[in-house]
Design a protein around this ligand. Structure first.
Ligand code: SF4
Length: 346
C-alpha cells in the first residue's frame, strides 16, 4: 500500500529508532573504508558530474531510449518519469543477495517508473504505473542518510537508470551530510554508456540484470531489441570501473560487480549464452546470481512461452551451464536452491 511521503519518512525514522534501541544500529563497513563518491567530492569533481548529468535531461538521453524530451521542463518520455524523483518506498531489505544484506539489511530505495517495458515485470504497479511520491533531491539525500542511520550496509538504488542526474545530486548532498556507506546501482541493465561513465568513481557496487541475450526475445518481452548489446556494453564498463566483488571482514559487500540473471521458461533468457559471455568477456570469478523465482506477472500470461513457472529441470540445467562455463562465484542462495531442486529430483 502506498503511504504518504511524510508517513514513509516517519516510518523509516521509526525503524531507525527501533533498531538503535535494540543495539543493532552500529554496523557498517570497516572505518578505514572510503566510499568512491566521497573521494570524488573531496577532489571537487562531483559537482561537475552533477552538472554534466543534468545536461542529459535537456533533450533526454539519460538512457538508451534517447527520447529527446526536455525532462527539465517536465516533459515525459518512454519511462514516464516526471521532473522530480518518484519514490515508492525506502527501508531495510533482507531479501537481496547475502553480501548486500549482511546482518542489518540493504537500505533499499525503490524508484518508480522505468525505461524498460517488460511484459513479465514483477513490480509493474511501481515501474509501469509510476505509483509513489514525488520528492526533491534533498529529500532523496535524506532517505539515503536515513537508511544509513538505521544501520543498513549500503544504499540500494532500485531502478535508477532514468534518474541518474538526481541520484548524483542527492549523493553529493548526502555526502556533505555524512553519508559513508556504499551506493548500490541496482539496474535492469539497459543503461547508456554515457550515464554509466558519469557514475565512475561514484558507485561502488553495480548490481545489473542481464535478462536476455537474443535481440528477438528482448524485443518481444521488453520492447528493446538492442537490450542485449546495450546491457553487455554497460556491464563491461561497470566491471572495468569496480572489478570483482570485494567484501569486508564480515562478508559484507563494499565494492564490485554482482550480476543477476533470471532463468525463464523455454530457455528464452538465453542462460547458456549468458554464462559463457560472463566467463569469456568478464571473468570466471565474477559474482553471478542465477535466479529461480520467475513467476507469471503483469501481461506474461499473454505470451505462451513464458506463461508458466520454470521447471526444476530448467533451473538445474542453468546451474549446470554456469559450472560448465567455469563460473566459480555463484550466489550462495542459488546454490542452495540447486541442492533443494536436486533433492526433489529435477
Ligand atoms: S530516461 Fe526516460 S525520457 Fe530519458 S531517454 Fe530514457 S526513457 Fe526517455
Amino acid at each position: 500500500m502506498v503511504s504518504s511521503r511524510r508517513a514513509f519518512l516517519r516510518k523509516a525514522a521509526g525503524t531507525a529508532a527501533a533498531l538503535a534501541a535494540s543495539g543493532l544500529a552500529a554496523a557498517g563497513p570497516e572505518r578505514s573504508w572510503t566510499p568512491a563518491y566521497l573521494q570524488l567530492e573531496e577532489e571537487g569533481r562531483l559537482a561537475e558530474r552533477v552538472e554534466q548529468a543534468f545536461e542529459l535531461f535537456e533533450s533526454c538521453r539519460v538512457c538508451p531510449r534517447e527520447c529527446g524530451v526536455n525532462r527539465l521542463q517536465g516533459e515525459r518520455g518512454i519511462c514516464r518519469s516526471p521532473e522530480q524523483v518518484v519514490v515508492y518506498s525506502a527501508h531495510p531489505h533482507f531479501g537481496e543477495e547475502l553480501p548486500l544484506v549482511g546482518r542489518f539489511g540493504s537500505g533499499t530505495i525503490f524508484f518508480s517508473n522505468c525505461s524498460l517495458r517488460c511484459v513479465f515485470c514483477q513490480n509493474w504497479p511501481i515501474a509501469h504505473e509510476g505509483r509513489g511520491h514525488e520528492i526533491s533531491d534533498e529529500q532523496l539525500a535524506e532517505l539515503m542518510l536515513e537508511v544509513q542511520r538505521i544501520g543498513c550496509h549500503n544504499v540500494n538504488l532500485v531502478t535508477p537508470t532514468h534518474l541518474v542526474p538526481h541520484i548524483l545530486n542527492a549523493t553529493r548532498i548526502a555526502a556533505q551530510g555524512g553519508l559513508r556507506i556504499p551506493l548500490v546501482y541496482n539496474t535492469g541493465g539497459y543503461d547508456s554508456l554515457e550515464a554509466i561513465r558519469l557514475l565512475d568513481g561514484v558507485v561502488d557496487i553495480y548490481l545489473p540484470d542481464l535478462k536476455f541475450m537474443d535481440p528477438h526475445e528482448a524485443e518481444t518481452y521488453m520492447g528493446a531489441a538492442d537490450y542485449p548489446e546495450i546491457a553487455k556494453r554497460a556491464i563491461a564498463e561497470m566491471h572495468r570501473q569496480v572489478g570483482e566483488l570485494e567484501t569486508d571482514r564480515q562478508g559484507v559487500a563494499v565494492r564490485g560487480l554482482m550480476i543477476r540473471h533470471l532463468v525463464m521458461p523455454n530457455r528464452v533468457a538465453g542462460t547458456r549464452e549468458f554464462v559463457r559471455w560472463v566467463a569469456d568477456e568478464l571473468s570466471t570469478s565474477t559474482y553471478v546470481n542465477i535466479m529461480a523465482q520467475y513467476r507469471v506477472e503483469h501481461r506474461a500470461f499473454e505470451y505462451p512461452d513464458i506463461s508458466r513457472a520454470i521447471t526444476n529441470q530448467e533451473f538445474l540445467e542453468a546451474m549446470d551451464w554456469a559450472e560448465e562455463a567455469g563460473l566459480t562465484n555463484l550466489d550462495e542462495r542459488s546454490l542452495m536452491q540447486r541442492d533443494v531442486f536436486r533433492r526433489r529430483g529435477g
